[in-house]
Design a protein around this ligand. Structure first.
Ligand code: GLN
Length: 477
């Protein structure tokens, strides 16, 4: 069935490579046998999972959506991929993404942009959505009608979102540095988790910004996300930033008595009426159920994106240094000199966004600029982190915010903005959690009355509060 769906959604460009059908069938057969014979199987045994194309998967191309890595075939598995395989999951294929994870639209891949499954005209045929869970589902079954414009998937983990929304797989892995799992997930009506930094191994996840990257999970329900997260979490000797969560002897709180903060700085220019309405509707629902909902302030939020715009390119510029065409990456025919070879490899291997970020990062890290830009940004990052610590110590359990400013825009609308504006616009509510390393869960709420596209909210909690997030998420579902 997965293969059939993959076939039906080819036009959406969700996959960069798919598993051979014979291999898939053989694995499915083995899994069926295990289901009949083995007791105490892992909960995801035999489930299909799609993996973003920046996680190493031994023997399969891992391109990061870039020409630079078009021929790269890893010799080892990312830890999270290995854990999935060990648990009997069937990896369906690798999913399309913005080059090296730089983007919010799913539009900047060497394989071409990924289209949103909703309103693609394919939603009806392959729908296996549970109609009760998303009221108004039938309005999703319309063809956009426009042939020359379409809704974007969101990014950078756009392919992973389409793969799950279409029903091609049970769950998928993405990576989230500033919102890359939550944005496409929200624009596809999925439940997504960006876990606490350090709770999942980054070993084998090709880095974008080491201090903010986390693998994330997308699925159709909180329970499904929880199952996958339960399998892949944990300390990894290959990633020294993974940590053991602090032991908590109290069970996660339920809705009644939960203190929910509404951060006022998450209101921002360009946020659509329906996004604001959804946010306040969910706050009302929680309040009526006995939660204490109160306004809170995270005063440094407006500086968060600016801070990210310095830290991201700075880490990017040093991460990208390895792609010189000799050690890693595309090697061209240039033979004038070693310098010329490097230049040509990097010019042809990277898209403009990546090259732009390398240049800005190099500038921020110049000896004479370092303190003014990088050093200053680190201080601002600390202030953003401290804002969160202050609200937690002010007796707030979780924060409720929107995920994106609008529903998924059309390709034409999105590509009329430059890359920096695309990011600063849609990442406003998602990106601070990355600066602070906090867990966040997004929950679909309803379909927009004007566009019939999904609208979601986000819950952010203190470090390692995943269980409380899951609890409230399940309740909200
Ligand atoms: N949109 C942000 C960027 O372009 C974040 C991307 C991500 O989370 N990988 O850097």
């Amino acid at each position: 069935r997965s293969l059939e769906i993959c076939d039906q959604i080819t036009d959406l460009n969700a996959f960069t490579s798919l598993r051979k059908s014979d291999d898939l069938k053989a694995e499915a057969k083995k899994a069926t046998r295990r289901w009949r014979q083995v007791e105490n199987k892992s909960p995801i045994d035999g489930m299909t999972i799609a993996v973003k194309d920046n996680f190493c998967w031994v023997g399969h191309p891992t391109t990061c959506g870039s020409r630079m890595l078009q021929d790269f075939v890893p010799t080892y598995n990312a830890t999270v991929v290995q854990k999935l395989v060990n648990a009997g999951a069937i990896i369906l294929g690798k999913t399309n993404m913005d080059e090296f994870g730089m983007g919010s639209g799913g539009t900047d891949s060497i394989f071409g942009p990924t289209k949103n499954w909703w309103r693609s005209g394919l939603a009806y045929e392959v729908s296996n959505w549970n109609d009760e869970r998303l009221p108004g589902i039938e309005t999703g079954r319309v063809d956009s009608g426009a042939t020359d414009d379409w809704f974007i998937s969101g990014g950078s983990s756009g392919g992973s979102a389409v793969a799950v929304a279409s029903g091609a797989c049970f769950a998928s892995l993405g990576s989230d540095t500033g919102g890359s799992v939550r944005i496409p997930g929200a624009w596809h009506g999925l439940v997504t988790l960006k876990p606490t930094y350090g709770s999942l191994s980054r070993h084998g996840l090709i880095p974008l910004v080491n201090s903010m990257d986390v693998p994330g999970v997308m699925a159709k329900s909180v329970e499904d996300v929880q199952l996958v997260f339960g399998v892949i979490r944990g300390v990894d000797p290959m990633d020294s930033t993974t940590v053991i969560p602090p032991f908590k002897d109290e069970p996660p709180k339920s809705v009644e008595g939960l203190k929910i903060g509404i951060p006022q700085e998450y209101h921002c220019d360009g946020m659509s009426e329906e996004v604001l309405q959804t946010w306040s509707d969910v706050a009302d629902v929680l309040e009526n159920a006995g939660a204490q909902v109160k306004q809170v302030s995270l005063p440094h939020t407006p500086y968060s994106i600016v801070c990210y715009s310095v830290l991201n390119p700075s880490e990017v510029s040093s991460n990208m240094a390895r792609y010189d065409g000799l050690e890693y990456g595309l090697r061209t025919e240039q033979n004038r000199s070693t310098e010329a070879l490097f230049a040509e490899n990097r010019h042809l291997g990277f898209n403009e966004v990546v090259r732009g970020r390398i240049l800005s990062g190099n500038y921020f890290l110049l000896k004479e600029n370092y303190q003014e830009f990088f050093g200053q940004a680190l201080k601002v990052r600390r202030l953003v982190q401290r804002d969160f610590v202050n609200v937690w110590s002010d007796d707030v359990d979780l924060l409720l915010t929107p995920v994106t400013l609008t529903t998924s825009p059309t390709f034409r609308e999105f590509s009329s903005l430059d890359n920096r504006t695309q990011t600063t616009k849609q990442d406003h509510c998602t990106q601070p959690a990355n600066l602070a390393g906090l867990p966040a869960l997004t929950i679909p709420v309803k379909l927009s009355e004007s566009s019939s596209l999904p609208l979601s909210v986000q819950l952010i909690g203190p470090r390692f509060s995943e269980d409380t997030l899951f609890n409230l998420g399940t309740w909200l579902e």
